[in-house]
Design a binder for this molecule. Structure first.
Ligand SMILES: CO[C@@H]1O[C@H](CNc2nc3cc4c(=O)[nH]c(N)nc4cc3[nH]2)[C@@H](O)[C@H]1O
Length: 376
């Protein structure tokens, strides 16, 4: 994987570039739709390509390992063949999901023991077997096995957790660098910065991660309930230490405003469940502001969902019709709203990229953040 720099904003730390992987190129800044169990919920691959214009999507080691399982994925020839997405895929390593999903889990030096949230069966994730699992899934970019330090937590826990994540990282690197890809194309391992919200730990973790000299780096342990100002402070601190010539991926972020603010701090890659999760609840992100489509106000509004956004669903369907589908709990409602919100997120990062290339990002960002927060 290579990262080519194209432009840097003169009035912020925002940058535009191109990531090249075995399954194609990615224009950064980029938003990566979350496809947890091998599907971006309620969205066809064709819609992801043609409407959303997604360039890379996420899969999840924890979910895919449990279901459909590694045998099926290996027999299919990897996730790209299994779900038909022939562009880049990134898989999270399971560290976060074990904590957010499985009821019972226990951290030991070897790894994490947990019970499946599906059938209660017992499993052990280790840095080594998580690398092997991600080799079998076949994502272009794979994440190190880490502990996403819970928030809030005391300094001692954060320090111990970070140090264990660093030990696990070395084991990931040792395993990854001594095993081969399974399907004939190169994969890339990204390490993940931890350190919770403690400045000295964040500095230490960023320096450790930078020293591994991998092709890209991720920032973890954020978007876990901390105030946005704290997220920005930690991200800026870490971005100033991570090498500028490598892509920076801020995990699990975020709202449209979070994304623009973090692009200004030097982040290149984002993923979040918000666009799809909120869509299913009727919360739409639009070029005019945020709409709760279930609201009475839209009952007889026959104007397009978002005429300015472009794309099939946002111009073909009306607000009134989508409101009706949501109230009737019709599946098409979730599908339309999901494609719309994802199209909005990719539009937003595309606009940001154009502004960075034109050298006008900073002023555009400040004005756009205000507009994005408007509740219609
Ligand atoms: C804003 O949306 C809310 O916030 C959550 C996303 N926030 C988030 N933070 C993350 C941190 C890590 C990490 O440190 N390590 C690894 N491996 N993966 C991670 C994945 C993460 N996702 C959504 O679930 C949603 O509830």
């Amino acid at each position: 994987m290579t990262f080519e720099f194209l432009a840097k904003d003169p009035a912020s730390k925002a940058r535009a570039g191109v990531l090249t992987t075995a399954h194609g190129t990615i224009q950064t800044p980029i938003f990566m739709p979350v496809g947890t169990a091998g599907t971006v919920k309620a969205v066809h691959q064709r819609e992801l390509k043609e409407d959303v214009k997604a360039q890379i999507i996420l899969g999840n080691t924890y979910h895919l390992y449990l279901r459909p399982g590694l045998n099926v994925l290996e027999k299919a020839g990897g996730l790209h063949k299994f779900n038909g997405w022939d562009r880049p895929i990134l898989t999270d390593s399971g560290g976060y999901q074990v904590f957010s999903l499985s009821g019972t889990r226990k951290i030991v030096e070897e790894g994490v023991k947990f019970r499946s949230h599906i059938d209660g069966s017992s499993h052990l994730f280790t840095p080594e077997n998580v690398m092997d699992t991600q080799r079998t899934i076949g994502a272009d970019i794979i994440m190190a096995f880490d502990e996403c330090t819970p928030y809030p937590c005391d300094y001692k826990y954060a320090k111990n957790s970070m140090e264990r994540t660093h030990r696990w990282l070395q084991r990931c690197i040792d395993r990854f660098d001594t095993t081969d890809p399974k399907y004939g194309y190169e994969q890339t391992l990204f390490p993940i910065v931890q350190g919770s919200t403690y400045k000295d730990l964040r500095i230490q973790s960023a320096e450790t991660i930078a020293s591994k000299n991998r092709p890209g780096n991720a920032i973890g342990g954020l978007s876990v309930g901390e105030p946005a100002e704290m997220m920005y402070e930690m991200t800026e601190l870490v971005c100033d230490i991570l090498p500028a010539d490598k892509p920076r991926y801020l995990m699990g972020v975020g709202t449209p405003a979070n994304i623009l603010e973090n692009i200004a701090l030097g982040v290149d890659m984002f993923d979040c469940v918000l666009p799809t999760r909120n869509a299913r609840n009727g919360m739409l992100f639009t070029t005019q502001g945020i709409i709760n489509i279930r609201n009475e106000r839209w009952k007889e509004d026959f104007s397009p969902i978002d005429a300015e956004l472009g794309g099939y669903v946002s111009t073909f369907y009306s607000k009134a019709y989508l409101r009706h589908l949501m109230h009737a709990t019709e599946m098409l409602g979730a599908q339309i709203a999901s494609v719309h919100n994802l199209t909005f997120y990719l539009w937003l990062v595309g606009q940001a990229r154009e502004q960075i290339m034109a050298g006008t990002f900073r002023a555009w960002k400040d004005q756009m953040v205000k507009k994005l927060m408007t509740r219609l």
